[in-house]
Design a protein around this ligand. Structure first.
Ligand code: CP
Length: 307
């Protein structure tokens, strides 16, 4: 594969090879000296049209720890503010010969569109409500390292499924790897047709969490709900928040996950989010750096030498 635009189109062998490479980078990231020279001379551009803490920072660290040069384009201070389009911005950056362009954009399909216009390898860091492939890969690595496998597990993805690119990428990845996926949320926030991706649909936490191995919570994406019904946080927490009582429905050793950013007291109770033995939220962040190193490693072919 030349680009990473989504989980759609990846085989279980593709996914396994990213996770296997990422496993070795987990160890590198825990050393005092975290640098290697694999991407020496390579240029990586972070182009984020939407806000980010985890994804942008971890791609930057990933590129730097592999010895590459990483540029963070600040869209808010760029000529995008003067009306330059996504394509013209990308073509402008492309003319400077980057090797990798990492893009986050509010429109579904933006990364795919860019990949047809530029020479660089394009990595989708989240496009609208479509896909966020490196998130699903880091979630899979987190689960695999803790549970030893993905196949045969039951994963409940809960909350605002409608607006979630994380949910879509996770459903695609987990079903490809042989896990069972449930989506749990109010009918207004579960898109029709999601079952065609292989997920079973539940509209209450009691039945949705019953006996699951993993509980993955999602944030209510109010910024994508303009003109639509926005649930009141109190009412939403009452029915769909992950509390100790709700978690008791899952297996006793079920893991708690959240891609972040989380809204405590809206989709997840603070006590559950901070559960030292079972909350994987900060492990997910750690795995994010390793997975992004693996993706950069696999997408950057070895230098052929010369000038
Ligand atoms: N999970 C995730 O994509 O987080 P950021 O929006 O902070 O990058």
């Amino acid at each position: 594969h030349r680009h990473l635009l989504g989980i759609n189109g990846l085989s279980s062998a593709d996914i396994t090879s990213v996770l296997d490479v990422a496993d070795s980078y987990v160890e590198q990231n825990r050393r005092a000296d975290k640098r290697s020279a694999l991407l020496r001379g390579r240029t990586i551009v972070n182009l984020f049209f939407e806000d980010s803490t985890r994804t942008r920072t971890s791609f930057e660290l990933a590129g730097k720890r592999l010895g590459g040069d990483v540029i963070n384009m600040s869209v808010s201070t760029s000529s995008v503010k003067k009306g330059e389009t996504l394509i013209d911005t990308a073509m402008t950056l492309n003319a400077m010969h980057p090797d990798v362009l990492i893009v986050r954009h509010q429109e579904s399909g933006a990364a795919m569109l860019l990949s047809t216009k530029v020479d660089a390898a394009v990595i989708n860091a989240g496009d609208g409500t479509h896909e966020h492939p490196t998130q699903a890969l880091l979630d899979a690595l987190t689960i695999r390292r803790r549970k030893g496998k993905l196949a045969g597990l039951t994963v409940a993805i809960c909350g605002d499924i409608l607006h979630s690119r994380v949910a879509r990428s996770n459903i695609l990845l987990l079903t490809t790897m042989g896990a069972k996926v449930r989506v749990v949320g109010p009918p207004t926030l579960v898109p029709s047709g999601i079952d065609k991706l292989g997920a079973s649909v539940f509209h209450d936490m009691k039945s949705g969490l019953d006996g699951v191995d993993i509980v993955m919570m999602l944030r209510l994406q109010a910024e994508r709900m303009s003109g639509r019904f926005v649930p009141s946080p109190r009412e939403y927490f009452h029915f769909f928040g992950l509390t100790r009582e709700a978690l008791a429905l899952a297996k006793p050793d079920a893991l708690i996950m959240h891609p972040g950013p989380m809204n405590r007291g809206v989709e997840i109770d603070s006590e559950v989010a901070d559960d030292v033995g079972r909350s994987m939220i900060l492990d997910q962040v750690e795995m994010g750096v390793a997975v992004r190193m693996a993706v950069l490693d696999l997408l950057c072919p070895p230098a052929t030498g010369g000038n």
